[in-house]
Design a protein. Structure first.
Length: 97
């Protein structure tokens, strides 16, 4: 199992159209064939001191292995999503096995 988790801090000046494109393309990442399980969304409404809720959107994708993750990285839907890289001010990626 290979887990790929990404957190995005969106630019505060995004238009509703730009934000909608980000959400649409981000959600599409969960449907790439190499993805076994995928989730895309906003921070949960939880409130404990150890929880970081400063990000705008999170993405978690589960793959069978690193090879499947590598297929995802070159998928056309991933390339289309990366065209929006100016939409965020910060991105943090955590991969684990």
């Amino acid at each position: 199992m290979f887990v790929h988790t990404v957190y995005f801090w969106l630019r505060p000046d995004l238009t509703e159209t730009e934000k909608a494109a980000f959400v649409e393309r981000g959600t599409a990442l969960t449907r790439i064939a190499a993805v076994k399980h995928g989730w895309f969304g906003v921070p949960a409404d939880t409130d404990r001191p150890v929880i970081d809720r400063t990000y705008s959107y999170g993405l978690t994708l589960v793959f069978d292995d690193k090879a499947a993750h590598d297929v995802y990285q070159v998928d056309a839907a991933h390339a289309r999503f990366l065209e929006l890289k100016d939409s965020w001010t910060l991105v943090k990626i955590y991969d684990f096995e």
